[in-house]
Design a protein around this ligand. Structure first.
Ligand code: PEP
Ligand code: MG
Length: 540
């Protein structure tokens, strides 16, 4: 039996075969632990291997279908000798201490976006080519193509790291749990795992030879056992059954209200990432959707989802919630959440970069499309819209003006539109300080503690090495929450929490005493919190 320790993302137990997958995130991870000289050597080796592969493909294609169809491989070979392309890859490696795979991927994306902006069909066709050839070199560097496909049975995934867009594409039906070598318990991938109630650990130093072996992921004790002893296996199977029994015991709370013994009430809503999670929210007794992280719908798609596609998804959520309120957060893209089709250029400090509302106010075409879809869905039930990463009153006014103009446009087109409440995420220190002024602009606040902790304590939530410094219990954070609640209520604005702190049972009583109106938490956290809330008596 082998044992490897990790850090918890979600407590819970999974038992199944381990499937080891390599560096899923290596394309986007910079900087490298290796020297730039070594990364340049790795790049050169991968480049010549890619050229050999392309030559072989060209010859095969020539034999099968003739030279003109094989020309494409020659174009790709030439790109790998292009002076500008090579200079750009080397520049990123040397100036950012980046991995070779990151430099190749970023150069591919940068060139693709540069080509797409040139109004010449030849140049535009080079957009796909440069991305394709860059992916080929990046795949060689990460060893991606050598991996075996996923098996048909359920499994526990072991992977270096997972980006949110990779996580969202995993087959939820087969995935029992996952462990990552890198990453942080506060990342969006971790949040997704919690939303789906998938046991998960990070910072696990697993061995690649464990691929295919039976494993126990013990999220409660933060470790993985591989080839477990029979006694341990039967103990853990018993615990797993016990967890399931506890879950079904809590089902009796499903339709109860969120009220303490002395009559203080707070609404428990669910955080979800797509229409597929609505079942989980209902099954766990959510009294509404407090946060639909709409960006995951974008991350799952190959192309930017159209207004019609988004409308169908939002409408499905609204109809399924059958009259319970649904809060849709507008696209919070950027930082760790990247969609290739937006061609976001790499940024030196992505968390402080063109994220969320900043992106939407620049890409108004994308923003309007989403707002129109949300407004159309509001004709089918109570919908609220919520803007992320707000730092100023001006941003709220600009976003609201676009929302209003979309409403006017839809009505002119004869579309049915409901009345939509408007709120903002309070997740930056600036929004906290401006809470009084901001509260006069909107109907509700939702405190995003995940980012608020990151920006207040100046600790990157993605960086697992700083996990000890990422402290939601820091007195500054609780003081800020209290300040926001008071400022909101003084100005007639409701206030909830939708960051991970909202689901921490150790803080529930504090939040009730502060007077918060709502907690929006991962679906699986609702019933245990409801059980706790109903047992509290604040008059004592
Ligand atoms: C937060 O920041 O607390 C939040 C809910 O948003 P996200 O975790 O998606 O950034
Ligand atoms: Mg946030």
């Amino acid at each position: 039996m082998h044992k490897a320790a990790g850090k918890p993302i979600l407590a819970g137990i999974a038992i199944g075969r381990l499937r080891v997958r390599r560096g899923a995130d290596s394309r986007t991870s910079a900087p490298s632990g290796l020297s730039p000289e070594r990364e340049l050597e790795r790049f050169e080796a991968a480049r010549s291997l890619a050229k050999e592969q392309l030559e072989r493909l060209r010859q095969e294609m020539c034999e099968q279908v003739g030279t003109s169809d094989a020309d494409i491989f020659q174009v790709h070979q030439l790109m790998l000798d292009d002076e500008d392309y090579l200079a750009a890859v080397r520049y990123i490696i040397e100036t950012q201490s980046a991995t070779a795979e990151y430099a190749v991927w970023a150069t591919g994306e940068n060139f693709a976006s540069a080509f797409s902006a040139i109004e010449d069909s030849d140049m535009q066709s080079r957009e796909a080519d440069v991305r394709d050839v860059s992916n080929r070199v990046a795949d060689i560097l990460t060893g991606r193509k050598a991996e075996r496909p996923f098996p048909d049975d359920s499994f526990i995934l072991a992977v270096d790291d997972l980006t949110p867009s990779q996580a969202v594409q995993l087959d939820r039906g087969k995935l029992l749990g996952f462990v990552t070598r890198r990453g942080s318990a506060n990342s969006h991938t971790a949040i997704l795992a919690r939303a789906l109630n998938i046991p998960a650990l990070t910072a696990v130093d697993f061995d690649e030879n464990w691929d295919g072996h039976l494993a126990i992921l013990d999220g409660c004790n933060s470790c993985v056992y591989v080839d477990p002893e029979p006694e341990l296996l039967s103990d853990m199977e018993e615990k797993l059954q016990e967890n399931l029994r506890e879950r079904s015991r809590l089902q009796s709370m499903k339709h109860k209200s969120d009220v303490t013994l002395d009559g203080t009430s707070i609404a428990l809503h669910a955080n979800i990432a797509s229409d597929r999670d609505v079942g989980l929210a209902l099954q766990n007794g959510a009294h509404g959707i407090g946060l639909l992280r709409s960006e995951f719908i974008f991350l799952e798609a190959e192309q930017c989802p159209t207004e019609e596609q988004q409308f169908r998804i939002y409408r499905r959520v609204v109809e399924t919630m059958a009259g319970k309120s649904v809060t849709i957060r507008t696209l919070d893209i950027g930082a760790d959440k990247e969609a290739a089709y937006f061609h976001l250029p790499p940024e030196p400090n992505p968390a402080l970069g063109r994220r969320a509302i900043r992106f939407c106010l620049q890409r108004r075409d994308v923003f309007r499309q989403q707002l129109r879809a949300i407004l159309r869905a509001s004709a089918f039930g109570p919908v609220s819209v919520m803007f992320p990463m707000i730092v100023s009153v001006e941003e709220v006014r600009a976003a609201r003006a676009i929302l209003d103009s979309c409403r006017v446009e839809l009505i002119r087109e004869g579309c049915a539109v409901g009345s939509v409440e408007v709120g903002i995420m309070v997740e930056t220190p600036a929004a906290v300080v401006m809470a009084g002024e901001l509260a006069r602009e909107v109907d509700f606040f939702s405190i995003g503690t995940n980012d608020l902790v990151q920006y207040t304590l100046a600790v990157d939530r993605q960086n697992g090495d700083l996990a000890d410094l990422y402290n939601p219990g820091h007195p500054a954070i609780l003081r800020m929450i209290r300040y926001v609640v008071d400022a909101a209520h003084r100005n007639g604005c409701r206030v909830g929490i939708c960051g991970s702190m909202g689901g921490d049972p150790a803080l529930t009583e504090t939040f009730l005493r502060m007077g918060l109106d709502k907690l929006s938490v991962p679906p699986a956290a609702i019933l245990p919190l409801r059980s706790l809330i109903r047992s509290l008596d604040l008059s004592k």
